[in-house]
Design a protein around this ligand. Sequence first.
Ligand code: FES
Length: 138
Amino acid sequence: MEKIGEIIAEHRHREGPLLPILHAVQEEFGCVDADSEALIANGLNLSRADVHGVVSFYHDFLDKPDLRPVVQICRAEACKARGVEQIMDAATAAAGERVKLTTVYCLGLCSAGPAARVGDRLHARLDGPALAQVIENA
Ligand code: FES
């Protein structure tokens, strides 16, 4: 929890320090749990309810780390034009609860979409079965 104190100290003098602190804590620990909320509230002289209200408002903040593999699927215009929305049902079914699907807006493979990324690996020209395979291998 010493690290949270360092994060607070690093950002406390900024205008609107709460969001940068929350992002930094989530990046460091993978979540913003109740103990972190209390420390942040104390460090910024806010109520815990103030901090929790912000944490719970933004879906990006997690109250516990999500350790599932992540598959990023591009749903920007070029990939939409190339059919990504038509293969999302297959993606969702393949992912189930085991894999976390996230939406990104462009992976730089616009002419070869639909595109997805797992870690550093890019996948292009995906159809339903190919995307399902990517997800199953994640
Ligand atoms: S729009 Fe999907 S990779 Fe660019």
